[in-house]
Ligand binder design. Structure first.
Ligand SMILES: [Zn+2]
Length: 454
């Protein structure tokens, strides 16, 4: 049967600096990606999926061999394998209502299981299974629609809300106040993390210019991720840590921790003072925007940067010798293996190790690709320069936004912290449950087994 796939286009609409809307950066350069593309055709944005809940009619259902088919309307259907349905039963016997862990023994399900009976009810698809004890599963319609894989019906939420920016963001950069961030009801924190999610960065104004207040601010999001630079760091340009960050030199746009298997997710920093000198502007560049531009203008270079692993190291301290594992490293541009959207930018040319894994035929091509990347990365219209001052902290998504600074004279005191990417995403997901869903507080306190994340 051939299907016409459809999905709603739910992009955010404009802000004052006319952001470029971003919807994942699909790539088509590897065999694996090509087959993934066939297995998971991208839905077209031409027609919306019918909203089952708001329509009086129940979906049409049928059973055919080892699959159950649900017809959402006359031209949109989803097929679910019987074994898949049985494995995803969320009754209290099959799925722990509190721990949200699978309890059914997947390996006891007969491979050729077929329902005895299926029923369309107002609360969902009811399936009766053959077993010694009668077992009936109920799958809410909206859950089936969200998790439809044959075909996939909805783009993932994460692809929808990235807003790419350029130097023009200087006219109105995403900012919240310290008061908002610290307010107990978490609404300001939610606003803050949404800014980070959409833009990959956010300023926080009105922060008391002390390390204590800055540390407290960092801990609003999650516990601090300790590294070889310490937990909460507070430093001056005295080369105390064997890294150029601790000098007065200019630093080109880079991401931190390319030498880690899992680079830190967020970085918050706050300039506490700058005395007896000048310079030291902060540079921010939206790596996702640079990547999108590269892909459009130089798809071959994009492909090379997406495939070639880059080894890296941190070796300036005699007591430490960091390399990512596996030591071949990771490509500059990483992608979701299923959706093929760009997920991470890793770039620090200073920390790059010996490139001894290059295919000899690709050496010059690879140097050309990083030259093209670097040229875009340093183009004036993509660079956002800002002179930080005491009282305004900035937080960046280190998997997306590159940072740097101009050289300076005098003495600067900078403090800040890293926060793990998983901790930040977990906090944002919890705040979304709290503020963005239509479910009531009591339902959230008792997280549903149908939560889309489970
Ligand atoms: Zn069950």
């Amino acid at each position: 049967m051939s299907l016409i796939l459809s999905a709603p286009a739910r992009f955010r609409t404009g802000s004052q600096w006319t952001p470029t809307l971003y919807r994942g950066l699909a790539t088509h350069f590897t065999r694996a990606s090509a087959s993934a593309a066939l297995a998971h055709p991208s839905p077209s944005a031409s027609q919306p999926v019918p909203d089952v809940a708001s329509e009086g009619n129940l979906p049409m259902i049928s059973m055919d061999g080892r699959k159950v088919t649900v017809g959402w309307d006359s031209r949109t259907w989803s097929r679910f394998h019987s074994i898949w349905l049985r494995d995803h039963c969320r009754c209290p016997e099959c799925f722990h209502a509190i721990t949200k862990q699978r309890m059914i023994d997947t390996f006891k399900i007969p491979p050729d299981i077929t329902p005895i009976k299926i029923n369309a009810t107002t609360s969902g698809l009811q399936v009766s299974w053959p077993s010694s004890e009668p077992h009936v599963s109920l799958y809410p319609w909206s859950w089936l629609q969200t998790n439809s894989y044959d075909p996939p019906l909805r783009p993932r939420e994460t692809q929808l809300e990235k807003i790419m920016w350029s130097s023009q963001i200087q006219t109105s950069p995403p900012t919240i106040t310290y008061q908002e961030a610290m307010a107990e009801d978490d609404r300001g924190l939610y606003k803050w993390l949404n800014h980070v999610d959409h833009f990959g960065m956010c300023f926080i104004s009105g922060v008391p210019p002390t390390p204590e207040a800055t540390e407290e601010l960092s801990q609003r999001i999650a516990f601090i991720r300790e590294t070889q630079y310490g937990k909460f760091w507070d430093f001056t340009s005295d080369l105390a840590r064997g890294d150029t960050a601790y000098t007065t030199l200019a630093l080109g746009a880079h991401t931190d921790n390319t030498y880690f298997t899992d680079p830190c997710g967020l970085q918050l920093f706050h300039l506490l003072s700058h005395t007896h000198g000048s310079g030291g502007s902060t540079l921010l560049v939206d790596g996702f925007h640079v990547a999108a531009t590269l892909k459009k203008l130089h798809p071959d270079a994009y492909s090379i940067l997406s495939q070639t692993p880059v080894p890296a190291h941190a070796a300036g301290e005699p007591s430490a010798l960091y390399q990512p594992y596996p030591t071949s490293g990771y490509p500059v541009l990483s992608h979701d293996p299923v959706t093929r959207e760009l997920t991470q930018v890793r770039w620090n040319n200073d920390d790059r190790s010996v490139m001894n894994n290059l295919d000899p035929h690709q050496v010059e091509e690879w140097y050309n690709a990083i030259r093209t990347w670097q040229k875009l990365l340093t183009s004036a219209d993509l660079e956002y320069w800002v002179q930080l001052s005491a009282g305004t902290a900035v937080i960046i998504d280190n998997h997306r936004v590159l940072h740097g600074r101009s050289a300076f004279t005098g003495k600067r005191r900078m403090c800040g912290a890293y926060i793990g990417a998983d901790e930040y995403r977990s906090k944002l997901a919890v705040l979304r449950e709290k503020f963005a869903s239509t479910t009531s507080d009591s339902e959230i306190a008792d997280r549903s087994v149908w939560n889309p994340a489970l």
